[in-house]
Structure formats: structure tokens, C-alpha cells
Design a protein around this ligand. Structure first.
Ligand code: TMP
Length: 248
């Protein structure tokens, strides 16, 4: 089958280096070049390690999820994968909020409220965290986000609607692969024209995935909690998602 040939822009200067990714400018002012790193951090960067192969696995897994979300009509920044560890995305300015969706109590919610990890919630819960490493990404509410000017009312409503739609799509994809989606974190950005797009990454770094039958953890909790087998868990997620090593 003939494929439309899309010119790949040139990679330009490093704009930003985060804990798990580098973002470069490109020769196209509307596009960024993202490189996924093998570095992992937890607890606001207090715990650090290099996890061999993580960059490639997250690049591939994120690409698969964004493609599925795009097919479901969710606007996102992902354009295409460029190499094992790199991808092209639309340029956005990130909204300084982490949007967490939870289907079961786990992690900080289980801790904060004294709940048993794994408790099924009667409906998904959406939480907002202010993206500020120095403050440890504190939990905030709608009023904080609105009054402090991080989002407009329309944007906040859209972010929550999209977050729940993402939950529906991902849960449907994952349950077919015998994976429970316990919770996940999303980030959104605005294009220069003000369009809200789902951005950042969707990977075992940013989601909790449990095997449906054994409840085995297939995500970054293996690193956070020193459970071992981190790369193997990420590889298993890619395998279940039908990801292939196409050499690219
Ligand atoms: P939490 O239970 O630690 O608040 O995490 C909720 C979800 O958000 C979980 O799937 C992991 C993800 N997450 C991130 O992607 N980045 C972060 O910095 C944190 C704390 C959590």
C-alpha cells in the first residue's frame, strides 16, 4: 500500500529536559521532537535510577495509546514515532495541572484516606494536582485552578470530559488484554491557536496497570516500591498491546 510521505522536520535545540524526557524544537514551528529517556525518578526526584530500555518501551506504548485515543476522537499531540526512543508531537504549552483519573483506590489516594489498595470506586474520580516539583505537586481543587488562573472554566470542563473519555477508551483496550486500569495521570496543552490537546505521555510511568487475574503490577510501582522486574513489566505491557519491534 502506498503511504503518504510526510517530511520529517529537522531536530533543533533542546528546549526542556524533564525527568523522563527531552523536548527539542524542530524546523517546523508547530512541532516538537521528544526523546524518551531511560531515567526514572519517584517521590519528587528523591529516588533515581536508570532502567534499561524504558525510553524505548514508553515511546512505543505511548504511541499505541495515542493512536487509539485519536481513533476515538480525542484530540492529542502525538504525530508519529521517529525512532525507537523518539517521537514527533504538536507544539503545545502545557497547562500546569496533572489530571488523575482513578477507578480503584491506590497510591496517594489510598494513603491519604486510609483505604485498602485496590478498592473499586463506584465511579471514576478525577483529581487535579498543581504541577510544581518544588511544592511536590500538591492536590488542588477546581477553585484553585480557576482563581489562580491556570485554566478557564471551559478548559477545565473540557479537560475533565476528555479525561473520563480517555478512561473509557483505555479501559476498553486494556480489559481485552487482561489488564485493569487502576488509575492514570494526564497532562494537557494549548496550541498557539488555543486548542486544548492531550499531551505528555501515557505509559507505565504514568498509569497503574494490574494483571486482571493475578493483580500483579505492570507499571512504575515496581520501581517505586522496589519490587524488581521493572523492564520485564513494561515489556509485558507492550507485548499485550500488540506492540512490535519494527526496528524503527
Ligand atoms: P498517585 O496515587 O501517586 O497520586 O498517582 C496517581 C497516578 O498518577 C498513578 O497512575 C501514577 C501517576 N503519576 C504520575 O504520572 N506522575 C507523578 O508524578 C505521580 C505522583 C503519579
Amino acid at each position: 500500500m502506498e503511504r503518504e510521505v510526510q517530511a520529517v522536520p529537522e531536530r533543533r535545540e533542546l528546549l526542556y529536559e524533564g525527568k523522563a524526557k527531552q523536548i527539542f524544537a524542530t524546523s517546523d514551528p508547530k512541532l516538537y521532537w521528544v526523546r524518551y529517556k531511560d531515567d526514572a525518578t519517584a517521590f519528587d526526584g528523591k529516588k533515581r535510577a536508570t532502567i534499561a530500555g524504558k525510553g524505548e518501551l514508553n515511546n512505543r506504548i505511548s504511541a499505541i495509546f495515542f493512536d487509539r485515543l485519536g481513533q476515538a476522537g480525542i484530540p492529542h499531540h502525538f504525530v508519529r514515532r521517529l525512532s525507537p526512543t523518539e517521537q514527533l508531537v504538536r507544539k503545545v504549552t502545557i497547562v500546569p495541572l496533572e489530571v488523575v483519573v482513578r477507578n480503584r483506590a491506590a497510591g496517594s489516594m489510598a494513603r491519604r484516606l486510609g483505604l485498602e489498595e485496590g478498592m473499586v470506586l463506584t465511579r471514576p474520580i478525577v483529581e487535579l494536582y498543581y504541577k510544581d516539583d518544588a511544592l511536590g505537586d500538591p492536590l488542588v481543587n477546581d477553585d484553585h485552578a480557576l482563581v489562580l488562573g491556570w485554566v478557564t472554566e471551559a478548559e477545565l470542563a473540557e479537560m475533565k470530559r476528555l479525561a473520563l473519555a480517555v478512561n473509557d477508551v483505555l479501559q476498553a483496550v486494556l480489559i481485552e488484554r487482561d489488564v485493569l486500569l487502576v488509575d492514570f495521570k494526564l497532562e494537557f496543552g494549548r496550541t498557539d491557536s488555543g486548542q486544548l490537546l492531550l499531551a505528555d505521555e501515557i505509559s507505565p510511568d504514568t498509569c497503574r496497570f494490574w494483571d486482571r487475574n493475578t493483580l500483579e503490577k505492570l507499571d512504575k510501582d515496581r520501581f517505586r516500591r522496589d519490587l524488581g522486574g521493572v523492564t520485564e513489566a513494561y515489556q509485558e505491557m507492550l507485548r499485550r498491546l500488540g506492540g512490535t519491534d519494527d526496528g524503527q
